[in-house]
Design a protein around this ligand. Structure first.
Ligand SMILES: Nc1ncnc2c1ncn2[C@@H]1O[C@H](COP(=O)(O)OP(=O)(O)OP(=O)(O)O)[C@@H](O)[C@H]1O
Length: 392
């Protein structure tokens, strides 16, 4: 809900404020570019102005809700509010609050949350909140029995006064927070099309890290639907980053899976992980990426026991980022639904099971290396050299 006439979106960021002025300016520039790219990609009219310490989106009233939703899909944005812009003259602000209450108040408790950045103005924020409350009250008392509740109001009238402009808003929509995409170097995102890996990739993106998606083709153990599932999740993720190249690489792994299934029993899944990591490392060298992100969580699967993660991680020199390490499955599923990757992840892929009947939960490196086919990691390097971009 927004005040009538609202044609501006106030955009708030958080972690950028911990940076030095130079870094902050650079990151704010990225944030603005990313918001502009998302607006353009969604055909939402709007221009982004970098004013004070936060961006403003100037748009039209009929697009202000979509522009707010776009801002809160942008990495680095903590929250956004669709707002009416008025002059800083106190009388004008009080009138605007009364007009907004007339149009939007529907009974129940309310509060005014007033903030004033410019300390030279002839009124303070408390005075503004008090007089704003009275203006709202008087404008609706004929029709309702208004009640003020400062602790837990049904409706909050936000007022933010800057040097030469004041903003009135009714809602503060949360965004992903974090840092603007592109403020960190890229990593390889191993995406399987399952629920977890797209969420992990998204979490890295919230920290400003572009991803290079990589899918390992499992041959007869994967199949066309398996790949389609992975690509659908990549497509959803790419919608958050229209100004970044997020084409996925397909790494051929079918022959290796056949070999592992034929030659190994218990440690098979662990050697397959080693193959993934080394292939990702080789691809990272090719595309100048700086790490690997996976959807693994401690203890979620036999291959993800803390001991097994320790053993399999030895297949690469690169850091393996596991943003879901401590997250519960239910919580990961909730995020997948929120960010839109859940539907793609649950398309029936009808793939065959690579998992053996008896799984290893407590591996040690030496016996695993002895059991696995010779030259497994060299195979992974070779496979990554033959990785091809998947046409969208
Ligand atoms: N075919 C694949 N191609 C690329 N990466 C993969 C593939 N299969 C698994 N991975 C990576 O290995 C991680 C662990 O895979 P696994 O299937 O054991 O776990 P998971 O927790 O079910 O993950 P997901 O839900 O993403 O499939 C995945 O999160 C993903 O990062």
């Amino acid at each position: 809900m927004h005040p009538p006439g609202a044609d501006t979106v106030l955009v708030r960021h958080g972690d950028l404020n911990t940076k030095s002025n130079t870094v902050k300016r650079h990151m704010e520039g990225l944030l603005v570019e990313n918001i502009e790219a998302l607006l353009a990609d969604r055909s939402i009219p709007g221009t982004v102005e970098r004013r004070w310490n936060r961006p403003l989106i100037h748009t039209k009233e009929d697009a202000v809700a979509d522009a707010t939703a776009t801002a809160t899909d942008t990495f680095g944005v903590v929250s956004a509010s669709p707002a009416l812009t008025v002059s800083t003259e106190k009388g004008r602000i009080l009138d605007a609050l009364a007009e907004t209450a007339n149009a939007c108040y529907d009974g129940g408790t309310f509060a005014v949350d007033a903030r004033r950045a410019d300390k030279t103005l002839p009124y303070g924020s408390e005075e503004l909140a008090r007089e704003g409350g009275t203006a709202i009250w008087e404008s609706v008392e004929d029709e309702f029995e208004p009640e003020v509740n400062l602790d837990d109001p049904d409706l909050t009238f936000g007022v933010e006064v800057r040097e030469d402009l004041a903003f009135i808003y009714l809602e503060t929509v949360p965004g992903p927070g974090g840092l603007p995409l592109g403020s960190q170097e890229s990593v390889i995102a191993l995406v399987s099309g399952g629920i977890d890996s797209p969420v992990a990739a998204y979490e890295m993106m919230t920290r400003g890290t572009p991803i290079v998606p990589a899918y390992v083709d499992l041959g007869d153990y994967g199949g066309i639907d398996h790949e389609a599932r992975a690509m659908e999740t990549v497509r959803v993720l790419s919608e958050y980053a229209p100004n970044f190249d997020m084409q996925a690489y397909k790494i051929p792994g079918g022959e290796t899976v056949d070999l592992l299934v034929g030659e190994m029993e218990q440690g098979r899944m662990l050697s397959l992980r080693r193959f993934f990591y080394r292939a990702a490392e080789t691809l990272a060298e090719r595309v100048d990426a700086n790490g690997i992100v996976t959807g693994e969580a401690a203890g979620q699967k036999s291959s993800q026991t803390v001991r097994n993660l320790g053993v399999t991680s030895r297949a690469t020199r690169l850091p393996i980022h596991r943003p879901l390490l401590t997250r519960d499955k239910q919580d990961i599923v909730a995020t997948a639904r929120e960010i839109g990757t859940f539907t793609g992840s649950t398309i029936d892929a009808g793939c065959n099971r690579v998992t053996p009947d008896r799984v290893e939960t407590n591996a040690r490196l030496e016996p695993l290396l002895e059991a696995e086919p010779d030259g497994l990691l060299e195979r992974a390097e070779e496979a990554a050299k033959h990785a091809k971009l998947v046409e969208p």
